[in-house]
Ligand binder design. Sequence first.
Ligand code: DX5
Ligand code: ZN
Length: 555
Amino acid sequence: MDSRYSIIRRNTLKARALVIRATAAAGSGHPGGSFSMAEILGCLFYKHMTYDTNNPLWKDRDRLVLSKGHAAPGLFSHLAISGFIQESEVETLRSLGSRLQGHPDMKCPGVEFCGGSLGTGLSYSVGMALAARLDGLSSRIYTVVGDGESNEGQIWEATMTAAKFKLDNLTVILDRNYVQQDSYTEGVMPLDAATKSSDPVAARGDPTAWRTSDKWRAFGWHVIEVDGHRIEQIDSAITESKRISGKPTIIISRTVKGKGVQHMEDNPKWHGKAPSKSMVPIILDELKSQSLVAPSIIAGDMTRLDLEVKRCDEAGSDYIHMDVMDGAFVPVVTFDHEKLKELRPLTDIPFDSHLMISEPVKHVKRYAEAGSDIITVHAEACNVSEFGEIHDYLRSVGVGVGIAINPKTSLPVWLKEFVPTLDQVIVMSVVPGYSGQSYIPESHKKTRDVIQSLNKMGFNGVVEADGGVNVSNVADCFDDGARVFVGGSSMVGQPDMRRAIDDIKNSISYARRRMLLHRAHILGGSDMVNNWIALHEVGEQHNVLHQIAQECGVL
Ligand code: DX5
Ligand code: ZN
């Protein structure tokens, strides 16, 4: 338990927005490398590190060393959200007298190392880990190193030293984003084997080319490989690293430089370049519109839910939607917390548990303890007092809090007090009870109205479209404002689930690009649309956007 997935995800999205605000205000800075490590720092700050923002020098605190110091905006954004500094302070980045300069220094509370001269942070961390051990401190040292940074010989001296002294209170995370200063790592000083295609980041997608871990293993480290944008994988890896004794751990975190803002992704130009102020509103909309797919396993073989979970894992799901039905709230029985507990060890992917049960207040603890990352209960099955109990309990154990409403149900008036701390609202687009039903068309307008009301009440979570969502209506559901898309028959019910999910993700991506082009047009007409499209230089993005712009009449 103690998932904290929803907290980590929400705060990481917010941190990216702060990086944009900070670098745009400063007119300089490093967004690319701040974005590639955003989830890594999210897992550290909002789950794994122990610290006291009122006592930043508390001797037993865990320490974060940002060895790739140029990604300072990424560090400052998380220091702000954690409460070390005010969020507004990030917009003083690089200004005279600010505590937040181009590279971190100890003027700023929470900064443990004056990074910037690459290669030195790991040596410094080795010293800290040795000192913590000598002083008998329980502190853990977490160090984020860049892949380009590991061109520096000192990194390898420190790597050898950490192994020699068996520094198992040291966890290093390598931000493996394949881009350094002004080019791609594999062209400057490769860490992986050469790949067949000329694409400079092809190694990220080709595990047979991965050699970075061999190097660290050869130096005597415990090595874990993760997808550096999958919170659940980073989370599990950090947990694992704490259990290792007798050797330091490195988590090789395969990431995308500029992740979250399409025109910055894998583009060396955004290593050290600030977005222009005019583009900030569109970029912030882009960050807010990150979407997730949540296949529902009850559309599969109910006698082999273990295989269905594995299929979801292999198909690139973001969540696994667990439709719990008790035969009382809905006429059907699917499975209960015992089954969920049995399925939990099969994957790290977050369980998005949708409890279609009566009296959820009596059962929610079992579903949290069984391994749910988010639990959504039905407004029709509880009153304000029961929902208050559910809400407070789930937040206390780090499980996301959701509420669902049936097609004929409006948002309960009593929900208002909980909205600012709600993680998810499911707007049902079928009458609950079965997968394979058709999307109720009135749900589009209902979703838009619900989101409008929620936003007025300070909603920071996501709306999930659930019921009859498929590749032909998902773009409309995106336009309504939903950001998590459940698919039973349209995903799990398909023989090739990965293909089905990819098709749905492509549909969502089309709708997202269209939304941003319309936003550019509203802000500045066709000139702004052309300027927005011109930013997209990598691969085919430019042509794709140009075509969408013409199709939707903004060019
Ligand atoms: C219905 C469930 C939905 C359903 C989704 O009661 O809450 O999650 O299983 O399946 P499809 O996408 O096929 O409607
Ligand atoms: Zn559901």
